[in-house]
Design a binder for this molecule. Sequence first.
Ligand code: MG
Length: 393
Amino acid sequence: MQAESLACADPNDRAAGPLRALACDPAHSRGRRFAEPPAPTRNAYQRDRDRIVHSTAFRRLVYKTQVFLNHEGDLFRTRLTHSLEVAQLGRSIARALGLNEDLVEAIALAHDLGHTPFGHAGQDALNACMAEHGGFEHNLQSLRVVDWLEERYPAFDGLNLSFETREGVLKHCSLANAQHLERTEPGGVGRRFLDRTQPSLEAQLCNLADAIAYNAHDIDDGVRSGLITLEQLLEVELFAHYHQQTLAEHPLLFEKPRRLLYETIRRMLSDQVYDVIHTTRQAVAKAGVHSLDEARLAGPLVAFSAGMKSSSSELQKFLHGQLYRHPQVMHTTGQAQQVVNALFLAYVAQPSEMPAGFATSADLQRSVADYIAGMTDRFALREHERLTGCKLL
Ligand code: MG
């Protein structure tokens, strides 16, 4: 058996030291909302990760849409497999940079917990339903899930995660929501959106790992579904480059299109990962930051090079135009929006159709949004049929 090339491990070796000083340290976490004694065998971020994996919201991700609705095929990504891929990519980059892998894993596994059923179509519909009641943002909802909605512990709501994990989960936040968070938790996770400072490098890294993951797996799922073709993809510079490189090295793969596709995607993924590692090291050196506090005041440090950023956004534009807005996808998302709308109206009109904890809330609309956001695709469809007698999708 041949040993794996050490060249692949190179990003792990050099210059990891300087970034280690910028990594979050579980021993110096800003702590949990409710004080708890430390766990005997796990650090704070490992414990957060374990709490996320055991949560109800995490298990629901398996039946939530990423791009393709859950029942459209067994091999398409779901929110769960997407989250696992983000965690894998995130950990690889974190290891190479000397950042905290456990924190990256916790953030990555939790980053999509607040997603509604039916992907972005569901979120847009719920946001429209909530327009007069504070709106709906899936990032803020992920925080609501881990802070309030999970019911697992005797003494507090939510999972009581560490500040650094919660900060990473709240990837984006509107100014109005940040102000609201600041009122309820002064100096907490909403603060950075008001101060315009950066989150930890681990949180920044998860944002990028998210984009790297979905750009790659949406190509795979898009081709598998037949909605995008290889010919179309060859017009995208990033894809065409690695496709050509693969064929030059393995001309016989021309007859094995699936292997050729996988190898092209694999190379794309690897180079994006190495690009982030290299560019981040350079950015940290250039910024001259030596501590996490300094890094929070610098601009974003975990980034693609200018060239990779433009190639990646070209690919993103392609996927938006050709896949996410494909007539077939739009048709199903239109129906998904109808389902979410109808459910919202039905529960607001008849709160007793929801479980007691949601039905008796003082803020009915928010409670309905929480209930719908927590649904899997298929549960939402079943509820829609039960409440309206109408079968969609
Ligand atoms: Mg994601």
